[in-house]
Design a binder for this molecule. Sequence first.
Ligand SMILES: Nc1ncnc2c1ncn2[C@@H]1O[C@H](COP(=O)(O)OP(=O)(O)O)[C@@H](O)[C@H]1O
Ligand SMILES: [Mg+2]
Length: 337
Amino acid sequence: MGIIIGLTYDAKEDCPVKQGQPIDFNAEMDPPDTIDEIIEALESGGHKVKKIGNFKNLLSQIDHLCVDIVFNISEGVFGRNRESQIPMLLEMRNIPYIGSDALTMGMTLDKMVAKKCFVVDNIPTARSFVANSAEDLDGFNGLSFPLIVKPCYEGTSKGITPASRVENVEALEEQVRFVNEQYQQPAIVEEFIKGRECTVVVLGNDSPKAMPVVQYEIDNQLDGDVFYTSEHVRKENVNYICPAEISDELTNQLQELAVKVYKSVGCRDFGRVDFRIDDKDNPYVLEINPLPCLAKKDTFSFVAKELNKSFEEMILWVLEEGLKRLKMTEQETEVCA
Ligand SMILES: Nc1ncnc2c1ncn2[C@@H]1O[C@H](COP(=O)(O)OP(=O)(O)O)[C@@H](O)[C@H]1O
Ligand SMILES: [Mg+2]
C-alpha cells in the first residue's frame, strides 16, 4: 500500500498573462501536461495523489488536507518570496513536504543572495552587481563588457532577450530600465560568459548525488555567444544533450561543484544547478533551482535515459529522498478526522 500525496503547484491556466504584463509573466507555471505527468509518475509507485494546486487552494484546505505528505512544485505568483509561501504554510502546520524549505526557496530565487553564499563557499560565479535603477550603476566599476542584464528574481529565462547581452554603457542603462520597469525589481548585471552551457540535477540529502551532466544546444550551437532567452523557452527550441559533450575531468568538476552549490544553500531532496563554461574550461555557476522543471520533455527525462531509468522512476526517486529525510515509510497513511 502506498501513501497519500498532496500535490501543490501553480497551473498556467490559473495565471493568464494580463494586459500590461510581460509576455513571459507565467512562464514558470506548469501546463496541465506536466501536472498529469507528475501525478502518473507518483501513482506508478502505488501512491494516491490529491491535486491541491496553488497557495489559495492550500490555505482553504489546510485544516482538512488528509494527506501523508505534500509534493510541492509551486512557483508562487508575486515577489521574491513567492516560492517560499507554500513551504512556510506547511511548516506552520507541521505538514511534511517534499522539496526545499522556505528559506532556501527565497535565497535561491534572489540570484544575488544565492551568489553571496557561493562567494563565501569559494564557488566560482561570474562577477556581478545589482542595479536598482539605470542611475544606480556604481557596482559597474571593474566589470568588463560584454555584460548580461537579468531580473534579480525570476526564472525560466524571464526577461532574457537578445538585448540582455550588452556591449556598452548606453545599452546597459536601457536594459536595466527594461528589467526595473517590466519586472518591477532590481536587475542583476553579470559578466557575460561566452562558451558552453550545462546543467546538473542533484538528488538527496545527507550525501547528495549529482546526476549525469546535461548540455544545452542553443540555435544549433554548443558553444559561443548564444544564450537561453525567453523566446527559446516559448518556442521550445533548445536541445538537451546527455551526457554533455565535455571531458570527463570537466564532468567531474561540474558534478562536484553542483553538490557544493546544493549544500551551500541548504537545498533538499532535489535541485538543478546551471553553469556556463568558458573556453579555458573554467565553470561559472549561474544559479541553483530548488524547483527545476519536472516536465517529461525537460532535463529529468534525459538524465533518466542516461541512467537507464524511466521518467517515472526519477520522480519516485525524488519522493524517496524526501521520505528518507523525513524518516517516513511508504506505508503510513494519515487517519483523517
Ligand atoms: N553570466 C552569464 N553569461 C552568459 N549567459 C548567461 C549568463 N547569465 C545568464 N545567462 C543566460 O541566460 C539564461 C538564464 O539565466 P539564469 O541565470 O540561468 O536564470 P533563469 O534560468 O532563472 O532565468 C541562462 O540559461 C544563460 O543562457
Ligand atoms: Mg537558469
